[in-house]
Design a protein around this ligand. Structure first.
Ligand code: GLA
Length: 401
């Protein structure tokens, strides 16, 4: 009896950071990828409104995160508090946070575990308690904490100091803690006990090569991620124009299947319908938000991705919707279309080649493609394109859909 009552409690306590946040990968929007330092409160407000207008909030995109360049380079000489840039954010952070909250969204902010941020604004090193108190008083729900101007102090120490400051300031107001130390200093060893997510690579850029690189580095330590703490290959570039439509599809599907944070980084006021339909794909979002939270791993053709000109398959088990295997097969080849055979037995989905599996197409509203014995052959994946599938297998074909 007691054991049964304790079980769910133990599960919650074992989550990273014990703040009960990030039980599925965070979803939202951030200023940096599209606007860089060129931000102000209007940019944030219009994009926050667009999350609602485009129905993205209902799909789970809730965080509205202000990245670098919201504060001044120097602190208040009397109080040592950070100063919100009065020209860019004349209404102040509390008002902006209220605006965001009034729309049913959550508000995020940025700082650096250094003396300055990467763009030379006041960082939080040495002022963690003061800054954490300000964030809590503004109603901040998410902190992205960068690594510039870090004075050579070990990451673990600096990121733990802010973790403790957030906990101390909290007063029941927990803040999602996003570690941004670019995958350095073996963050996979301490990221999970310190934050709700940790960057696994340097900055993503608006190009296919960059998407590919950040994805590959993010696959080095899949086991350390899960509910409460996520590997973060950086924010999405979908809608920013540097990727073809095909590449945007693959970027999104890969981030979804490996349970990466889905933080949009484009101008939602001008996003094309094609890019919007990619980020609005409910089936891929469900896969990303699965409660098991297992990062998919490479299961076919798993030599180095950098040199790969083949189709690689990334797959893993999911718990929701009765449990299923989710996979994304991606053709890295730049010129040639390629086939791929999804062999159920070698992926561990069936015990014998006699068994049948139902295959569903995640890029087409999850429709049932058919039931297959032994394997499912995909005749053709275009260069840089992907196929995203949900697979359920049973011993008897009659018990399948
Ligand atoms: C670093 C981070 C980026 C972004 C910029 C802002 O480069 O990795 O994601 O926050 O700083 O200056």
């Amino acid at each position: 009896m007691h054991f049964i009552i304790l079980l769910p409690l133990l599960f919650v306590l074992s989550s990273a950071l014990n703040n009960n946040l990030g039980l599925t990968p965070p979803m939202g929007w951030n200023t940096w990828n599209r606007y860089g330092c060129d931000i102000n409160e209007t940019v944030v407000m219009t994009n926050a409104e667009m999350l609602g207008i485009l129905g993205l909030d209902k799909l789970g995109y809730r965080y509205v995160n202000v990245d670098d360049c919201w504060n001044l380079a120097t602190r208040d000489s009397m109080s040592n508090r950070t100063i919100v840039d009065p020209e860019r954010f004349p209404s102040g952070m509390k008002a902006l946070s209220d605006f965001v909250h009034d729309r049913g969204l959550k508000f995020g902010i940025y700082s650096s575990a250094g003396t300055l941020t990467c763009e030379g604004r006041a960082g939080s090193l040495g002022y963690e308690d003061l800054d954490a108190q300000d964030y809590v008083s503004w109603g901040v729900d998410y902190l992205k904490y960068d690594n510039c101007f870090n004075e050579g102090i070990p990451s673990f120490e600096r990121y733990q100091t802010m973790k403790k400051a957030l906990e101390k300031a909290a007063h029941n107001h927990t803040i999602f803690y996003s570690i941004c130390n670019w995958g350095l200093e073996e963050v996979w060893q301490w990221g999970n006990e310190t934050g709700n997510s940790w960057r696994t690579a340097g900055d993503i850029f608006n190009s296919w090569e960059s998407v590919k690189y950040n994805f590959e580095v993010n696959q080095l330590h899949p086991d350390v991620a899960g509910p409460g703490g996520w590997n973060d290959p950086d924010m999405l570039e979908v809608g920013n124009g540097g990727l073809s439509h095909t590449e945007e599809r693959t970027h999104f599907a890969l981030w979804a299947v490996v349970k990466a944070p889905l933080i949009l980084g484009c101008n939602l006021n001008t996003i094309s319908n094609r890019s919007l339909s990619i980020i609005s794909n409910k089936e891929l979002i469900k896969l990303n938000q699965d409660s098991k939270g297992d990062q998919a791993v490479c299961v076919h053709n798993c030599h180095s991705l950098k040199d790969s000109e083949d189709v690689q398959v990334f797959g893993g088990w999911n718990k929701d919707n009765g449990g299923y295997y989710g996979l994304v097969a991606v053709n890295w080849n730049d010129l040639e279309s390629k086939p791929i055979s999804i062999d159920f037995k070698s992926l561990g989905l069936t015990k014998s080649s006699e068994e049948y599996c139902s295959v569903y197409d995640l890029w087409n509203k999850g429709v049932h493609i058919g039931n297959y014995q032994g394997k499912y052959l995909i005749p053709n994946i275009d260069p840089h394109d992907n196929v995203a599938l949900k697979i359920k297998c049973k011993r008897k074909a009659s018990s399948l859909e």
